[in-house]
Design a protein around this ligand. Structure first.
Ligand SMILES: [Fe+2]
Ligand SMILES: [Fe+2]
Length: 296
């Protein structure tokens, strides 16, 4: 994989105010995704040879089945929206988004084969759902998951949990998720504005708003269920035992926030940024106790 650290299409220029929902806004968020495409090829990734301990750590991570299934679902739902989309520019961008999700699955597939990771047989895909509803659900799901993935990736990097060559392989994949989030939140705001905006909601605007809130609630509930039972002490000892870094939940949240800001900082400042996860994380940080981060 050719790992690109400087992504083409990045433009930090702020420029003049831009009406959300305008043609200019649409062009900006679609071009952001299309012009920052990274043409790496999963089939030619030079997978690094791992020491036995690092290999055991990698193969015993419990989430590879879920990661593969999530990329498959994301790719399918994005293809469905692209197929139902009548705006050629948005269709082109969503088609690229779908292609990148398929490519993430491909990267994982190559890694799984190379390192001999055991997976359960892939489940048959669930029945297709409404393309708009599917895309919104996946979009919010990615906003939740990648916010934490940014922090976890940085923890794994600092602690040496993954060797630097493996971190380098996954860097473009993680950065692609940042681009997808940026595209998604701007697409939501654009679609909302086209349907009447937040203040002057017509019937279509209300229905879209309702879909977004419902998708947010479903994804938040799914994550809350997954996180149930992971208390502060469990989190701290798990992070220390598994990745060799002593990290409190508050320090981890702060790291996720910093990484989220860093990964989005290079894109055009006129584009809206994801707000839900950073907002929730900042709120959580106000209530979580202060604790020192100690790296082993
Ligand atoms: Fe993905
Ligand atoms: Fe994505």
């Amino acid at each position: 994989m050719s790992v690109s650290q400087s992504l083409p299409g990045r433009s930090p220029a702020a420029g003049t105010p831009m009406p959300i929902g305008s043609e200019e806004h649409k062009r900006l968020f679609c071009r952001m995704l299309l012009d920052s495409y990274d043409p790496y090829k999963p089939a030619v990734i030079d997978w690094p040879k791992l020491e036995p301990a690092a290999l055991a750590r990698l193969t015993s991570l419990p989430f590879w089945d879920m990661a593969v299934a999530t990329e498959e679902t994301a790719g399918r739902r994005m293809e469905a929206l692209a197929g139902a989309c009548d705006d050629p520019l948005i269709r082109e961008a969503v088609t690229l988004n779908a292609f990148e999700e398929r490519r993430h699955k491909d990267v994982l597939g190559h890694m799984i084969r190379f390192y001999g990771i055991k997976l359960a047989p892939e489940e048959p895909p669930p029945p297709a759902i409404d393309p708009m509803w599917g895309f919104i659900r996946t979009g919010y799901g990615e906003c939740f998951d990648s916010f934490f993935a940014f922090g976890l990736f940085e923890v794994a990097k600092r602690s040496g949990f993954f060797p630097p060559e493996l971190v380098e392989v996954f860097e473009p994949v993680i950065q692609e998720e940042a681009r997808h989030n940026l595209f998604f939140v701007n697409w939501v705001a654009y679609e909302q504005a086209r349907r009447g905006g937040i203040r002057t909601l017509g019937l279509g605007g209300l229905a879209f708003r309702g879909q977004c809130l419902a998708a947010l609630a479903v994804q938040a509930w799914n994550r809350a269920k997954a996180a149930r039972g992971v208390g502060e002490e469990n989190f701290t000892s798990a992070s220390r035992d598994n990745v060799g870094i002593d990290l409190s939940p508050k320090a981890f949240m702060q790291l996720c926030l910093a990484e989220n800001d860093r990964r989005l900082s290079g894109y055009d400042a006129r584009l809206l940024r994801p707000r839900v996860m950073p907002g929730l994380a900042r709120l959580a940080c106000r209530f979580l106790p202060e604790k020192k981060v100690r790296q082993k």
